[in-house]
Design a protein around this ligand. Sequence first.
Ligand SMILES: NC(=O)c1ccc[n+]([C@@H]2O[C@H](COP(=O)([O-])OP(=O)(O)OC[C@H]3O[C@@H](n4cnc5c(N)ncnc54)[C@H](O)[C@@H]3O)[C@@H](O)[C@H]2O)c1
Ligand SMILES: O=C(O)C(=O)C[C@@H](O)[C@H](O)[C@H](O)COP(=O)(O)O
Ligand SMILES: [Zn+2]
Length: 359
Amino acid sequence: MHRIDVGLAERSYPIHIGRQLFSELPTLLTSLPTQLCIITNPTIAAHYLPALRAALPDDATVLVHEIADGEHAKSLSSYGEVMDTLIAASFNRDCAILALGGGVVGDLAGFVAATYQRGVHFYQLPTTLLAQVDSSVGGKTAINHPGGKNLVGAFYQPQAVVISTDCLNTLSERDYACGLAEVVKYGIIYDADFFTWLEDNVAGLNAREPEALAHAIRRSCEIKAEIVAADEREQGLRALLNLGHTFGHAIEAEYYNSWHHGEAVAAGTVIAAHYMLQQGELPAVDYQRIEALLQAFHLPVRAPHLSELQWQQRMQRDKKVQAGRLRFILPTAIGRAELRTVTDWSGVWQAISAVTETR
Ligand SMILES: NC(=O)c1ccc[n+]([C@@H]2O[C@H](COP(=O)([O-])OP(=O)(O)OC[C@H]3O[C@@H](n4cnc5c(N)ncnc54)[C@H](O)[C@@H]3O)[C@@H](O)[C@H]2O)c1
Ligand SMILES: O=C(O)C(=O)C[C@@H](O)[C@H](O)[C@H](O)COP(=O)(O)O
Ligand SMILES: [Zn+2]
């Protein structure tokens, strides 16, 4: 088992990474309260709920609240239903929310934990690769609004994150690839050696070889923990974690049913890289390596069609917009990226057009 600490000024917390960790929960989570609410969905519950329940204290009152499977469940109405469940069961401020699932469950459960009675204990038990390398760490919690992604949310850190890597055995190829999109992101924004390691380990990662996977998860969590510890509320450095997301969130919001988050981030990353290629600020070889690595992980490197107006309206709702101006995370090399205000719409549109799939 491996432990990484997210060192925050107010309160630090551990990320435990290992195999079959749900059976270790009694030793990992020693001060659980007696009222526990597990938030999950039916797909995940079928695989992992029995093991989790068996690990919880016998004297605890355990509620299980299942939301629907899919991004559309990260909604105001699902949020309201969880609140109804907690209130009907008279759960008090000393209860804990346990998120058992991927990023959808984790983001929603975190927002419930942040807001139920102004904040209760929260534990992340991520079951997708994306959640294990990204969404369970760092305290961004949110639900979507018809107007856009993650528009309602809070920064709210968990008490602990428990990553049981064997959960990934049951994950679909498609959702596994989505997690790799965020793994590639860490290499591009922060760690050129890690990017090269990913290139050298494509076959092992695609085959989910335990050693390669363990390294990818660990290194991703280390990088995320380091960035979050330095800038918990996204005043500067943390914004780098948004590489590809301004474009990606626009794609997702227009195509929730057909594009998953990691896929949209992959295509968005290529657009950001193309913009810098056009500017002469990203070497062509680095652009090609980014595109090739995403493709090697079976991720889309072309965006779907959106009209110019759709792009503009969606991207204006990005949380990085300042004084009405778009700000993007733009790679200057493999391992380095910057947050920049961009006023040159024609350049952005040129990059989007170059990376849009032909119809
Ligand atoms: N808070 C953050 O920092 C952060 C970071 C990245 C992404 N996100 C959010 O995360 C969401 C995407 O997360 P995701 O990619 O995990 O998608 P997801 O939560 O929808 O999970 C993907 C699919 O995998 C299924 N699943 C989950 N675990 C499984 C398992 N072990 N075996 C079999 N099936 C399993 C789910 O039921 C779902 O159908 C988006 O809403 C995105 O905005 C948040
Ligand atoms: O942790 C962060 O910070 C991130 O930006 C991680 C992203 O991968 C994630 O998708 C996040 O939810 C995006 O946040 P948002 O602020 O753009 O909604
Ligand atoms: Zn993301």
